[in-house]
Design a protein around this ligand. Sequence first.
Ligand SMILES: Nc1ncnc2c1ncn2[C@@H]1O[C@H](COP(=O)(O)OP(=O)(O)OP(=O)(O)O)[C@@H](O)[C@H]1O
Ligand SMILES: [Zn+2]
Length: 825
Amino acid sequence: MASFADILLPVPIPRLFTYEVTAEHVDKAEAGRRVIVPFGQKKVLTGVIVQTHGTKPENYEAREILDVLDDQPVIVDQQLQLIQWMASYYMCTPGEVLNAALPSGLKLSSKSMVQKHPDFDPDDGNHTYSDSEWKVVEALEEKEHLSYDEISQITGVKNIYHLIKSLSAKGAILIFEQLIEKYKPKKERRVRLQASLENDLLALEALFQKLEKKEKQLELVMKYLREVPVNELKERNQLGLSKGEFLSTGLSTSSLGTLVKNGVFEEFDKVISRFGEPKKKEAVIPELTSLQEEKLSEIHGLFEKKSTVLLHGVTGSGKTEIYIRLLQQVLDEGAQALYLLPEIALTAQILRRLKKVFGDKIGIYHSKYSDNERVEVWNGVLSGRFPIVVGVRSSVFLPFNNLSLIIIDEEHESSYKQYDPAPRYHARDTAIMLGQIHHAKILLGSATPSVESYYNAVYEKYGLVALETRFGEVQMPETALIDLKDERKKKRMHGDLSPGLLQAIEQTLEENKQVILFQNRRGYAPYLHCEDCAHIPKCANCSVSLTYHMYRQELLCHYCGFREPLPSHCEACGSAKIKTIGFGTEKLEDDLKVLLPTGRISRMDYDTTRTRSTYEQLIENFENGEIDVLVGTQMITKGLDFDHVELVGILDIDRIIHFPDFRSHERAFQMMTQVSGRAGRRSNNGKVIIQTNNPEQPVFHLVRTNDYKRFYQMEILERESFHYPPFVRMIRVLFRNQDKQLVWETANHYLKSIQTSLGGHRILGPQEPLIARIRNQYHQEITIKLEKGGISIPKAKEFLTQKMEELQQDKIFRQTSVIFDVDPQ
Ligand SMILES: Nc1ncnc2c1ncn2[C@@H]1O[C@H](COP(=O)(O)OP(=O)(O)OP(=O)(O)O)[C@@H](O)[C@H]1O
Ligand SMILES: [Zn+2]
């Protein structure tokens, strides 16, 4: 009987594909294992078996699976459920979710290779060959096939496509695709005694005699036998010693070579973990305070009745300590836990705290890890090596099969939402679904919960636990406002710094304490401005101005990466009077260096933290007191725990408050409260200074009095009256095309097709978004608001998708790309 398998492929087509499983693969074909299948004319893809069955597909001839890659499933059933849910909730295809879920190390890639044409005869006189061509032909006599890179090396030609095309046209070579497994296990070179010696004491003795005069070789053998006593423990020799470590004490490499040649030692490779071998943990958990203890048991109590609990604890109250207790319990039960963080910047510090307690039981998963490392974490979750995973949003995709707790730290963070590409998912909401699939408990934690989560807590969908005092009864910092209008009028500003803030910085440094300054714009100046004609240099591809980066002497587009050298004259009128307007982190750092010549100033933003180690280094230097003032973007606002920061300055909050978006007040409140929370965590001297043009804004009062509840009450009223989440679900439909007119027409055509059935009052737009052109693509968007209880949201999504499919059947409209963004942030 023929056998078939339904395969999930990483392509944006909303269905599974049925392939035939031939006899040789039948034993290995099982749900959750990866397979290689042919797809389309020439492509080969890695997919995952969802199920096997005996039903031949009706309307097409099933093609055969080429190979089954795994000896056991690498995707578990719960993941397949999550993928299905995400696809339907976030209005994309399961294939797109799979593509995001699998680390690229688990996807195969194909690589073009070249071999000699079997009928090729170089002497047939039909063609002549260049020197480079000859080199390739000769190399193919030696080696069966060559990669493009090898050919480039052999010939010294950089761009070899021309060469390959010509050789192929002359019938000299064939090109084929070789499948490459991207994941490469890490190997270690080791040495051991030849097996014949490990059992034979006489032979060993004879060896000693032979080596009597060869001091260096003798030394090697002796050292080896000291480390590996083969006469007591024969099996130990199999494992050998790491060659590097063995030789690191200054033994002679060449003598080892001789001994290998003479059959005394042998070298071999062993696959090792990239994360080191498991070590014993240090087991030091600080005692919880009685208040924290009380809150922990409240959480336990609520978990009896509810799957999700929100822990609203002020900054520095010890939420992390409570998380550690909960993780410990999961570990004791032998189950799995996931600890989600919104950003990489946070992982280093929290990991250090967790590692002290859990040692190597923690797997870390984020984008600054290499493909290979990610595959090892993936496999470590499968094998049980990492019962706890700390990671950013993509760690919801890991192959958990026994998850009992998910902690979502800083749950309010908008960086939990993936904007591009699909799936455009919110990791908090996805993790809550993941928890439900596993019947796990979910703890959301924040000092400034999102309005949505707090609403769910108020209406008892979630349990709520409030922790209102800081650890050690340390007081919340004191907050002062500085009116920039006033200071400007009196012409007292030093660049972007008011005299009040500057003075406070100086005083803090005098007391040997540290300062954090929050400036949410990176670069030197947001834009250049010609004083004669008012021209502002703009990006060639996007409708935004270019940001001036002084260090690189460049103008840079923060949307598409377009860059150009700093102009000396205005490109519009030729005037040399070009001025910088506004302030970025780079300028602030620069100004401070002049104003505080003895202060040690550093900057943490996207530009200074390209690699994992630069983050960690900056944070470590700040912790160790090697930096006095840390200037940074939102990266430095939350979660970080420093003992000696006493002053926090907030320089650029007006722009966030006035950003035209329904979440702007929420964001401003959260950012100010979070960054303030970095001040005075160990002392009662925390100070926060906020510079603003509008000190009368109510949000400042709420931040100063740390009054989250009042903030929530004001905000929820607004959300209700203006129909925003949590009262409605929003779906944004984004249209993109190079042709401005066509995008507009497509969006309008779509609008017409949904208007009547959905009801015009539920639809806004089409309109140009704030930035109407990015990377040469014009944008239009339609916003749909679906009120809860009034309309079936899943049905509405189906309807929207169906209408989109109809739209895309039109040859013209199809040229516009369309994106659904569910729950846009
Ligand atoms: N029970 C405890 N014993 C010893 N130290 C504690 C205890 N609870 C909290 N701390 C210390 O107090 C500081 C603040 O705690 P923690 O970082 O856990 O707060 P948090 O609530 O997570 O803050 P944030 O929301 O600002 O990230 C940390 O340095 C932590 O080690
Ligand atoms: Zn651009």
